[in-house]
Design a protein around this ligand. Structure first.
Ligand code: SAM
Length: 289
């Protein structure tokens, strides 16, 4: 490193079009990135973190806006990392080369990935959702657990659902834990947010089938005809299940029969069982895209 480069080291100053090298946890840029672990700062910055080179490449390919690319020294000289760095700079983003200690602190992991991307948050507006054909959406009432939400986003992606509607106060789809659990599907699956009242008003203009799942549902989920119409699958909160006003907005209330001692299924598991049934006739081996 030259004396000129020293001026920039740990200063937080950009070398235009170049990579900033940062090794100190007290660097202000690193502090901002570490703050992204907290929802308040994610919302303030309109940003979130995704971990892993493949995820970052997929996100760029899908048109997500990268604000900052961070890679550890292990990524230096890796041609894929260099390509992603060039794409980031071309889009006006920053690129940081950091120590493993810094990347571990940003992602709060002992064994961090070599590459982390900071992306702009993107949500779909509920009014833009106009399901047609045999499209499937998943509506989640006050989902609390980031692992459940991430798993549902991943599963919805895997069955070819078109989007997720988050109703009421839910866990943040852009938290580290949720994004991690989506395994990249956060970039493929549009997510909308709505209050309960907004959802109920949107539902009035939706002429497809809304299937709610309810432990008191009288209908076996396998007896419903899901084909040839758009379907919104509505799932209840982990603790309380679906409240009455959402349940009564459903065209059908379905139950997954159970045996044994468990009162109910885990929310993400129940969503998976339902989604594969709803999409039974649309999914075939050999026709995966
Ligand atoms: N104590 C809650 C209740 O009484 O509804 C349990 C909620 S359960 C953990 C979370 C959600 O998963 C439910 O609201 C429902 O949407 C779905 N679910 C779980 N087991 C189900 C089953 N056997 N049949 C239908 N839906 C189920």
């Amino acid at each position: 490193m030259t004396r000129h480069d020293d001026r920039y080291r740990d200063s937080g100053l950009a070398r235009p079009g170049k990579v900033k090298e940062v090794t100190s946890l007290t660097n202000p840029i690193v502090k901002d990135l570490r703050a992204l672990a907290m929802k308040k700062f994610r919302d303030q910055q309109g940003a979130f973190i995704a971990e892993g080179l493949k995820l970052v490449i997929d996100a760029l390919d899908l048109g997500w806006t990268i604000k900052t690319l961070v890679y550890s020294k292990a990524g230096k000289g890796n041609s894929l990392v260099e390509q992603v760095a060039a794409r980031t700079i071309a889009k006006g983003g920053d690129v940081l080369e950091v120590s493993e200690k810094v990347i571990a602190a940003i992602t709060r992991r002992d064994n961090p990935q070599m590459v982390v991307g900071v992306f702009e948050q993107k949500l779909l507006s509920l009014s833009a959702i106009k399901p047609h054909g045999n499209e499937v959406y998943v509506a989640l009432d006050r989902v609390r657990d980031p692992g459940n939400l991430g798993t549902i986003i991943r599963t919805a992606d895997a069955v070819g659902a078109k989007g997720i509607i988050l109703i009421g106060e839910t866990t943040d789809p852009f938290s580290l834990e949720t994004v991690r659990a989506t395994m990249g599907s956060v970039f493929a699956m549009p997510v909308a947010r709505a209050t309960e009242a907004e959802f109920l008003s949107w539902r009035k203009g939706f002429s497809g089938l809304v299937v709610g799942t309810h432990l008191k549902g009288a209908v076996d989920y396998r007896t419903i005809d899901y084909d040839g119409k758009p379907v919104v699958l509505m799932m209840g909160n982990e603790q309380q299940g679906l409240p009455d006003n959402l349940a009564s907005a459903c065209g059908k209330l379905a139950r997954i029969p159970q045996q044994g001692r468990a009162d109910s299924l885990n929310l993400a598991i129940a969503t998976g069982v339902m989604l594969f049934e709803i999409r039974r006739n649309s999914l075939q081996l050999g026709s995966e895209t």
